[in-house]
Design a protein. Sequence first.
Length: 132
Amino acid sequence: RMCGTSVVLYAANVVNAFRYPQDRTDELVLFDALVKVVHIPFYILIVATGMVLAFTMDGPVLSPGVFLMYAAVCYLTMITSSMYGVSAVTRLENSGRLDVERGLVYLVLHLSFLTGVFAAAALFCRTWKRES
C-alpha cells in the first residue's frame, strides 16, 4: 500500500513538473532547489541503510540482487526529484536564457546521484541573480 502511494505521489511530481505554466519557469527552478534540499535527509538515510546492508548481509548469492534492486529504487527516487530541474533547464534553453552547453551540464548533473543538489543550487543562483 505504501509503495503504491509513493508511486502515485512521484508520478504526480513528474507530471506537475512538465505541465507547470510556461511563463513561471523561475518558480520551477525554486521548486527544484527546494525538493532537492528537502530530500537531503532522505538520501543520507539511503546511504546509511546501504552501508548497514553492506556490512551485515550474508550470502554472496543474495547480496548482488538485493543491492541492484536497492540501487534501482534509490535512482528512480532521485530521478523523480530531479524533474523540476530537468523541466526548468529545457525551458530556459528554449527561451534563450541558458545556452545549450551549460544546459547539458545541468541536465547531466541533475541525473547523477548527489550532484543534483549542487546543480539545483547553481541553477537557482544563476536564474534568480539575473532577475534581481
